[in-house]
Design a protein around this ligand. Structure first.
Ligand code: ZN
Length: 290
């Protein structure tokens, strides 16, 4: 009769990892450090900030809060943030467990922003400009009525003070909690862009990861020059939604900056470290008297 060998007690099978008792433990991140979501390398936060939140190893461009972004683009000492009293709207009385006004209040408290945009006067390449930078951390950079008001007022400042308009766009799209009122902001922002164009002021947009929905479908791509950051995801609907609707496989790299550059949707893919110079050079060229 064949007998199975008895298991050896007290000696571990080296090919099988030891199961740790209790819940899986994860290493505690050292305080004051950030991890690159691309390669997993950990950096001292101040060093990462000095690199404009771009990983020096893998080149991944991390998201940047709007106020920091405005500081990165403005000439030193020229940033003048325009705070606004905004009209909040809750046309649907939207409540998904948390009432919509509470979500906005929480986002305001957390980010210390009025709304999705930071609007500021600044010099870029010594040319007077108005910056409208979106913050993805404010309800996903979504475009609601108050955000539309901010962008429209940024356009007004550009027209009234003869400044260039520079927008940094990062958004999940229209703010669904406001229903059709948020979709109307696409038209409102587009009208602002038209006013800037009619006043003969240049408008440059920078598309940062991620940039989707009603923002991509309106003012983000209505600029005279459209820059995108490397490997930013840019589109209208997400890739999975398109695949489900079209029953087609999407091409490799679909909805990335590089793909859109190759297909003529953006004018240049510019690394974050070169953005201020690239925008400044363009604004100087645009502002030369013909
Ligand atoms: Zn990295």
């Amino acid at each position: 009769m064949d007998r199975q060998p008895l298991p050896v007690i007290g000696r571990r099978d080296a090919s099988r990892p030891l199961a740790a008792p209790g819940p899986k433990l994860r290493p505690v991140a050292p305080a004051g450090t950030v991890e690159c979501a691309g390669c997993g390398r950990r950096f001292v936060a101040a060093r990462f900030e000095k690199h404009l939140r771009v990983c020096p190893d893998c080149g991944r461009h991390a998201q940047v809060p709007a106020l920091i972004r405005a500081g990165q683009l403005a000439d030193a000492g020229t940033l003048d943030v325009i705070r606004m009293d905004l009209t909040d709207r809750d046309p649907l009385g939207f409540d998904d467990g948390v009432p919509y006004p509470s979500r906005v209040a929480e986002a305001r408290a957390r980010t210390n922003l009025d709304e999705t945009f930071v609007v500021a006067r600044a010099g870029i390449g010594e040319v007077p400009a108005v910056l409208a930078c979106m913050d993805f951390g404010f309800l996903g950079g979504s475009l609601g009525s108050a955000a539309g008001e901010q962008f429209a007022r940024a356009c007004d400042v550009a027209v009234d003070e003869r400044r260039a308009l520079v927008a940094v766009c990062t958004s999940g799209g229209a703010r669904m909690q406001e229903g059709i009122a948020s979709l109307a902001q696409m038209a409102r922002c587009s009208a602002g862009v038209v006013a800037v164009a009619r006043a003969g002021r240049p408008y440059i947009s920078v598309l940062a990861d991620p940039c989707y929905g009603g923002v991509t479908a309106s003012f983000a791509v209505q600029a005279d020059v459209i820059f995108a950051e490397p490997k930013a995801r840019i589109g209208f609907a997400g890739g999975r939604v398109i695949e489900q609707a079209s029953h087609d496989r999407l091409p490799e790299g679909f909805q990335t900056s590089e793909f859109l550059l190759a297909h003529g949707m953006v004018d240049a893919v510019v690394e974050r470290g070169g953005l201020r110079d690239a925008i400044g050079r363009l604004l100087v060229a645009f502002s030369r008297k013909r």
